[in-house]
Design a protein. Structure first.
Length: 131
């Protein structure tokens, strides 16, 4: 799709360190596609690179509102809350991020955060029903 192509351009700009251009690219995409969870998640990453935590939080919250199983966004929210010493909220977001039974990098990321939060999540990676 054209959204995927434009998002790839934004990702490449971000990885090349062209942050202002990446930001403009993802803001434009998010404006045109306000319910695209992947675009919103990427926009949150870009905002965080500018240390704009509130904007990052808003983008990730919009992403999970649109796609509740967007593990990357949930884990990003959890990490942000942990860094801001909101441990209970971080733990809740972490649990929501693990509901999809993630594998690979997201699972490792979740386990590392759980250790930092002092949580035992060894049994939490099985897909659990939404409440």
């Amino acid at each position: 799709s054209s959204v995927a192509g434009a998002a790839e351009v934004g990702r490449q700009l971000f990885e090349a360190g062209r942050l202002d251009e990446a930001r403009l690219s993802f803001e434009t995409l998010a404006s045109a596609n306000p319910r695209d969870a992947q675009v919103l998640t990427a926009l949150g990453v870009v905002y965080l690179s500018f240390d704009e935590r509130d904007r990052a939080r808003m983008a990730w919250r919009a992403a999970v509102a649109s796609s509740p199983r967007m593990a990357f966004a949930w884990l990003s929210l959890a990490e942000l809350e942990w860094h801001e010493d909101r441990i209970d909220r971080a733990a809740e977001y972490l649990k929501r991020g693990m509901r999809g039974g993630e594998e690979g990098p997201q699972r490792e990321r979740a386990q590392a955060l759980a250790e930092n939060l002092g949580l035992d999540v060894s049994q939490s990676f099985a897909a659990t029903p939404e409440h």
